[in-house]
Structure formats: C-alpha cells, structure tokens
Design a protein around this ligand. Structure first.
Ligand code: PLP
Length: 377
C-alpha cells in the first residue's frame, strides 16, 4: 500500500465495536472488568486505550515498523528513549540539535552520570572518532533543527552496528512521507507529532516506531512508568489530522522549494539553508535518503537591526516557536527554540541573531512570496 493510501486505510481506522468511520474518543481513565482475573485488553489508560492504540498502529504503519508508541509530546518520546541510558553510559549526538534535546542531555543526563559528545553530524568520521568503550547510543536528527544539516543515515547506522551501538533518529522535519529512517538501519524513529503529522497547531504529541520487540517492550515500560502516554483527546485529533498529511505535505514542500529559490536570489538574504537546493552542502546525501527538500527552511538576514522589522512587516505567517502547521510559521531560533542554549554554544552551532526559520504552510505560494518580498523591502 502506498503511504498516501496508508494514511487513510493502513491501520485501525474503523471502530471494531460499532463500525464508526472515525475511531471514537474512548474518554475514560479505566475499564470495567466482568472478571477480576481478566480484562478486555485494556484496564487503565496510562497503560493503553483503544484511541491511542489506533495512533500507535498508525505510526508503525507509516514508518514500515512492527511497533508504534504514542507520547504526550515529542520531548516525552525523546526522554523515553534517553531513559534507556544508565549511569556511566556515553551518548553521541549531532551538534545541530533541537534545543529541548540539547537541554535534557546537557542539564539532566549529566546529573544522572550519563556522558555525551556533540559531533559534526555531517562528518561520519567525527561519529567514529567520538566512540568510547561505553558508547551506547547515537542520537540523530536529519535534517537538523534549525540549520537543516544532513546526517548520512546509512553510513552512521552501519558504523553504529559495527560497534554494537543503538541508533535513534528524530524524523520530525521529513515526516514518514519523505523519509523512513528504519530502512537505513536506524533502530528507533522519533517524531514530534505536534508538527506535520497532526499538522494543525492544536495538540502536543510524540511518536516512536521500531522493529525491535525488546526495544518496544522497554519503551512501553518507560511510557507507562513515566506517565508519558498521549492523552485521548489529543490522540483523536491526531487521527483526524494525519489523514490529510499527504496533501498537506505536497503543498508545503512545493511552497518551501519555491521560497528557498526566491530567497536565494534576494540581496537582503545572506544565506539560505534548505536541503532541496542543489547548493546545499549535503544535497547528494539528502537526496539518497529522501526525494524531498521538506517544508522547513532557514535563512539569514543581512543584519541584526532588520530582524524585528522583518517579523513585524510579515503579514501572513504566524510568528511562533513551532512548525509543521497548515499555516506558515516564522520563528526566531535565537530567542525561541534555541534560547535554552548558552549564547556561545548557539553561535558555535550557527544559530546566529540573524537566523530566521520558516515552516511553510499550505497557503497560495504567490501570496507568501509577495508577503516576504514586501517585508524584505
Ligand atoms: C525536531 C524536533 N524534535 C522534537 C521537538 C519536541 O517536540 P514537542 O514540542 O512536541 O515536545 C521539536 C519541537 O519543536 C522539534 O522541532
């Protein structure tokens, strides 16, 4: 089944009890047992719920995985993976990483005695050189947030397997429509489904997909013990949102490619970061693992003094920290998604005070380009 059909038919989309064409909200915390020794398969919503099961089947289906898990946010999913590490373990991550992940690794994991090394994610030898005898996990994000740097999934996973190291990949930016990391050897795929998968900027959700039963059982245990399962209402909204992801992504990606082109040729723009541009330094690697440049791009204005004015003059995109909505979202990583990083770390990774991130929505592209053009003027 093609993924666009899977979005509508590739998991439990019809309620088994009633035939309802939309999985109902099983809005309950607990389930009555006729027999004290047996239950229906569900007994307490923190352990599982039919609406949430449909979401879990959905992500497994979309990522070609055997198992799926749904969490209360992308960070909850990330934390459930990082919770597999123990005191004395070592973790390697790309230096261009979502600010929340950076925060949890540097501030919390260090407190629990877990060591980490940040590497240039685009350099396979940097991953290799950072390996220590206690390295347990490679944590990848490709394209990275917000600079859209690319990691070679196949090469890095091959390296990890050679050394018996687990791999986890945040696939939020590409979505399963455009990139399926399990096919390249990744062990665990993570999503902030708050973004494109739900697509309507109205819930928080995180998802995980894996083919490994032991990993699934461990992560399921973490979901249960940390109390980080997705809420029923949000699961229902996600099931509604995901059905249109194919169409939404098609339009958003088309808009992003045109806007990247437009910005690349504008005098007020110092640089554009978009893996769909042939000028992107890792365009070839990106093309080998996905055919799409995605719907997010970043760019640098010619000087910091113009930043506030630019944001004020843009009329169409909302200005917000998130991405992946049907509406275009303009954000300023310097004070938003990456504000929790020390200033020198932000600058070292390339998150400067002139960097702006645009998540393209499904608006008419000509309107978006005119709006950006006016603001740049
Ligand atoms: C790439 C990436 N991963 C994870 C997250 C965290 O997701 P959530 O906000 O749903 O916890 C974000 C949030 O912006 C993100 O951009």
């Amino acid at each position: 089944m093609n993924i666009n059909t899977k979005l509508l038919h590739g998991y439990s989309v019809i309620d088994k009890e009633t035939g309802a064409a939309s999985i109902p909200k099983y809005q309950t915390s607990t389930f009555h047992q006729d027999d004290v020794f047996h239950h229906t398969g569900y007994n307490y919503t923190r352990f599982g719920n039919p609406t949430i099961t449909a979401v879990e089947e959905c992500i497994a289906s979309l990522e070609n995985a055997s198992y799926g898990l749904a969490f209360s946010s992308g960070m909850a999913a990330i934390n459930s993976v990082l919770f597999m590490l123990s005191q004395g373990d070592h973790l390697i991550l790309g230096k261009n990483i979502y600010g929340g992940t950076y925060h949890i690794v540097t501030e919390f994991l260090t407190r629990f005695g877990v060591e980490h090394t940040f590497v240039d994610e685009s350099d396979v030898s940097a991953w290799e050189n950072a390996i220590r005898p206690n390295t347990k996990l490679f944590y990848l994000e490709t394209p990275s947030n917000p600079l859209l740097t690319i990691t070679d999934l196949k090469a890095v996973c091959h390296l990890a397997k050679k050394h018996g190291i687990l791999t986890a990949c945040d696939n939020t930016f590409m979505t399963p429509i455009h990139q399926q990391p399990l096919d390249f050897g990744v062990d665990i795929v993570i999503h902030s489904a708050t973004k494109f998968i739900n697509g309507h900027s109205d819930i928080l959700a995180g998802l995980i997909a894996t083919n490994d039963e032991d990993l699934y059982l461990t992560l399921k245990k973490h979901q249960k013990a940390l109390g980080s399962i997705l809420g029923v209402e949000d699961a229902w909204l996600l099931l509604r949102g995901v059905k249109t992801m194919g169409l939404r992504m098609k339009q958003s990606v088309k808009n992003a490619a045109k806007i990247a082109d437009f910005l690349s040729n504008h005098d007020e723009i110092k640089s554009v970061y978009y893996p769909g541009l042939t000028s992107h330094p890792q365009a070839d690697i990106h093309q080998a693992q996905t055919q799409s440049g995605g719907a997010v791009l970043s760019f640098e204005l010619s000087c910091e003094d113009k930043v506030a004015d630019f944001f004020n003059k843009c009329q169409i995109p909302i200005v917000a920290v998130s991405l992946g909505g049907v509406e275009s979202i303009l954000s300023y990583p310097w004070t938003m998604s990456h504000a929790c990083m020390p200033e020198e770390e932000r600058i070292k990774m390339g998150v400067t005070s002139t960097l702006i991130r645009l998540s393209c929505g499904i608006e008419d592209c000509n309107d978006l380009i005119s709006d950006l053009e006016n603001a740049l003027k």
